[in-house]
Design a binder for this molecule. Structure first.
Ligand SMILES: Nc1ncnc2c1ncn2[C@@H]1O[C@H](COP(=O)(O)OP(=O)(O)O)[C@@H](O)[C@H]1O
Ligand SMILES: [Mg+2]
Length: 405
């Protein structure tokens, strides 16, 4: 089984996927724009071949490079776990006659308007949405839908260029900020809690799923620097407030026709219990949510995905043992980290529940909080009991502080 993996070295959690795939019996061929020597060690160790290209964004050049270098090797699967490469993977599949998401299907995972049209057609509740490419169109759409609305790019990521607009004055302020975005999706603003529904799907059947809860919603976390955003992988997925979202998630995967691979969906639950679709990607979530899955069930999630791809089945007993919280910290001030306060006290209180900690240390340059989801580092912790998990996460949110200057 020869599997072509696009960009095996980037972003940060790709190395483990390369390992998981190779350990599941696949011959993993990488293709990317990094030099071979610059690939993470784990990737180098588990790749059987690497095709280096100057850029991944000209499909015809990528195809030529593959023809030149893969003489005699046929490809059985072409995989990409990274949002910008989803269309490339589909185009390569079409060219090489390899099964998996087609160009048409992949487009529905990339273009948020096409996505919602397909999901509407399946009778699933989406926010009211109108896609526009002029300022006048934005006004018409907002007035038709009614304030508050969300304005966002149809192919955005990480809440970039996304605005909640409550009235006409705010609309006048937001529109100039979106001038560089070609097509804008104007949506009904859905108030509520926000969750994920992520799966490893095998042959159209969901073999594993995870539900995580964003505290607070990503747009709020992204708009307020003082917040320490949390994502909680939930242990009890049978709780009443998740049932409808999980059911919707299964319907969405059926509607979009995914065969085998990772999916990452976001959905909203309103105060009255109604669930509303947010978005879905044909890839795993970022910002270490896959590592949260690993710590929630103490299983090799990367190898589980590898089995799904290489063997068309997933042979693991998976038991949800813990809730896993990740808390991203943003330093106060700019420049280099000067000191960290509160670490010892928290370590003493519940250090045994911390599974990972990556806070920047004094002397290191702090990051641009708008450009990185991992902020100035994070703490990941777990506990079988949800309330205790939330209490510890909140204590990290308020009691641990990094200062830069
Ligand atoms: N229709 C909506 N109603 C309420 N909040 C929304 C809506 N659309 C987006 N948001 C907020 O903006 C965030 C980013 O939007 P999303 O569609 O997930 O795009 P991406 O994550 O790709 O940037 C969401 O997580 C949510 O907090
Ligand atoms: Mg999102």
């Amino acid at each position: 089984m020869n599997v072509l993996l696009i960009s095996p070295g980037y972003p940060a959690d790709m190395p483990e996927f390369t390992r998981g795939l190779a350990e599941s019996g696949a011959n993993v061929i990488g293709i990317g724009d990094q030099g071979k020597g610059a690939l993470p060690e784990l990737v180098q160790k588990f790749l059987s071949h690497y095709v280096e290209v100057p850029s991944l964004w000209k499909t015809s050049d990528v195809i030529s490079a593959l023809h030149a270098q893969l003489r005699g090797i046929s490809l059985d699967r072409i995989e990409c776990l990274w949002e910008p490469g989803i269309m490339l993977a589909a185009e390569l599949r079409a060219h090489f006659g390899v099964p998996g998401l087609t160009v048409e299907q992949a487009h529905r995972f990339r273009d948020k308007e096409a996505m919602k049209v397909a999901i509407d057609a399946a009778g699933i509740r989406t926010p009211r949405h109108i896609s526009v490419d002029t300022v006048a169109g934005c006004w018409d759409a907002a007035l038709e839908i009614g304030f508050p609305v969300i304005l966002k790019p149809i192919a955005g990521a990480g809440s970039s260029d996304t605005y909640r607009v409550n009235n006409e004055d705010e609309m006048r302020m937001a529109l100039p900020l979106l001038r560089h975005v070609n097509t804008v999706s104007v949506e009904e603003f859905v108030d509520g809690e926000e969750y994920t529904y992520d799966t490893i799907t095998v042959g159209g059947k969901i073999s594993y799923f995870n539900v995580a809860w964003y505290r607070p919603r990503p747009l709020i976390a992204r708009s307020n620097e003082w917040i320490s955003p949390q994502v909680i992988a939930l242990r009890d997925v049978d709780q009443a407030n998740l049932v409808d979202g999980i059911k919707m998630g299964q319907q969405v995967i059926d509607a979009l026709g995914l065969d085998t691979g990772f999916t990452h969906m976001e959905w909203y639950r309103k105060a009255d219990g109604e669930v509303v679709f947010g978005e879905i990607g044909a890839r795993p979530p970022g910002a270490h949510q896959v590592d949260q899955m690993k710590y929630a069930c103490d299983f090799d999630v990367f190898r589980a995905w590898g089995q799904a791809i290489a063997q068309g089945k997933m042979e693991m007993e998976i038991e949800r043992l813990y809730n896993v919280a990740i808390i991203f910290k943003r330093a106060r001030g700019v420049g280099r980290i000067q000191r960290i306060e509160g670490m010892e006290a928290l370590q003493q209180r519940f250090g045994e529940h911390v599974v990972w900690e990556t806070l920047l240390r004094p002397g290191m340059q702090r990051r641009d909080w708008l450009k990185t989801l991992v902020s100035d580092g994070f703490v990941m912790l777990r506990h079988p009991d949800l309330q205790q998990t939330l209490d510890m996460a909140d204590a990290v949110g308020t009691g641990l502080n990094l200062y830069a200057g």
